[in-house]
Design a protein around this ligand. Structure first.
Ligand SMILES: C[S@@+](CC[C@H](N)C(=O)[O-])C[C@H]1O[C@@H](n2cnc3c(N)ncnc32)[C@H](O)[C@@H]1O
Length: 397
């Protein structure tokens, strides 16, 4: 006879040890779910699953603190409070009301509700937000025997309905995890830090290799490469909403912070460069790198991508050139892509990765990609083109 288990060994072990375990969801950029899963594996959370743009696993408060601190590609860390069938508003109200809200929220908590609905009978987002909020406020008012004043820390609660099945989550991150805190100025069309981290992970960049971004804009890719190479946690310089939740002991954040400081490897030798044709972009990049504490590890320089050359073997070039969609003129962009391809073919032994929404990219670049992956940059559908150097890989490649 065969038994089917829905729970991982970790989960059963934790229940046996009487620890608090629950489901955690990490929303991921479309196309980057596998990267988040790999990051969770590296943090020791094996056995996560990708479902509807989210990576799901069982964890505890320590996992909440560590994923917020260390994940580079995940968008936020959501704690699942309930899951239920949701065909009517009454079902939503009752199931939300049934949660023991005073376990999670204080009487002064500022409650913000969000909703998503896909393929479901309930699709009125505003109404869903109102019903969820009303059920929470009614329950808390009854539990605290007092009206709520909502003057305290925020709690972001989301109902996500998929095929009439609802998942209710509490957002433990607050501001999205892409907000590392270093990027305070904008230069045209920057990549989200989480997407930049995914591009780096997908390139299998190794700190022993040279890295260059020849269209660096506000510096996101070189800075994310430096943070990764030096093992600087992406959440080191920010706070998370869970730090204000009374039911999560402050010690979890403190432990994650200590672990983050212990893991840093600031003596590592790295070779990271960022170039852009715009002086303003380079000034902004330098400013952001300083904010991130990695300015002394990155060489930024005003330069035309077409003139990039390197005598170093075994480098990785990752760039997000102008698309012609949001920036620049299409004829110019086509010429730029052709010249970029010519420049790349002159490099001794570099791998090259390019994110663009331009569908004819390979033709302009002059070479078919070895690999392609669909990714979204905001709401722009893009392709991530991989070019591997022709020479055989050596150790560390
Ligand atoms: C899409 S933006 C890059 C955004 C960047 N990844 C970020 O996160 O901020 C493209 C950049 O290419 C730069 N650029 C355009 N033509 C260039 C050229 N010929 N050489 C170098 N940079 C160029 C623009 O100034 C712009 O900063």
């Amino acid at each position: 006879m065969q038994f089917q288990f829905d729970y991982t060994i970790d989960f059963l072990l934790a229940v046996w040890l009487n620890l608090t375990m629950f489901t955690i969801q990490i929303p991921a950029t479309y196309g980057a779910e596998a990267v988040v899963k790999r990051e969770l594996d590296r943090l020791g959370y094996i056995g996560s699953r990708a479902i509807n743009g989210r990576v799901v696993f069982n964890g505890d408060y320590d996992a909440i603190a560590r994923t917020n601190m260390f994940l580079r590609s995940g968008e936020r860390v959501l704690m699942v409070l309930a899951q239920f069938n949701a065909q009517t508003f009454n079902q939503v109200y009752d199931n939300v009301y049934n949660i023991n809200w005073s376990d999670y929220l204080t009487v002064d908590c500022r409650i913000l509700t969000y909703a998503k609905s896909v393929n479901s009978q309930l699709f009125a987002i505003k109404s869903l937000c109102s019903i969820v909020k009303k059920a929470i406020v009614d329950k808390l008012t009854a539990q605290y025997h007092s009206a709520l004043n909502e003057s305290g820390a925020r709690a972001m609660i989301e109902i996500s309905i998929n095929n009439d099945y609802a998942t209710l989550t509490l957002d433990t991150s607050g501001d999205g995890l892409y907000k590392r805190g270093y990027r305070t100025l904008a230069y045209s069309a920057p990549l989200k830090e989480t997407l930049a981290a995914s591009l780096i992970d997908l390139s299998f960049y190794h700190p022993d290799k040279h890295f260059a971004d020849v269209f660096c804009g506000s510096g996101t890719l070189p800075i994310e490469v430096a943070l990764r190479a030096l093992n600087i946690a992406s959440g080191l310089n920010r706070q998370f909403d869970y730090c204000n939740f009374k039911f999560i002991d402050k010690q979890y954040y403190n432990n994650a912070l200590t672990e983050a400081k212990d893991r840093q490897n600031l003596d590592r030798k790295v070779c990271i460069s960022g170039y852009d044709i715009s002086q303003q972009a380079i000034s902004i990049s330098r400013y952001h790198a300083k904010n991130a504490g990695v300015d002394k590890y990155i060489h930024f320089q005003v330069a035309d991508a077409r003139s990039f050359s390197s005598h170093n073997s075994y480098g990785v070039l990752i760039s997000n050139p102008p698309y012609g969609q949001r920036l620049g003129n299409m004829a110019e962009v086509k010429r730029l892509y052709a010249d970029f391809g010519t420049m790349y073919r002159s490099l001794p032994n570099w791998n090259c990765y390019v994110l663009t929404s331009y569908e004819e990219f390979e033709r302009q670049f002059g070479r078919k990609a070895d690999k392609k992956r669909k990714l979204y940059n905001g709401n722009i559908a893009c392709t991530y083109y991989t070019y591997q150097s022709d020479k055989p890989a050596h150790k560390g490649q």
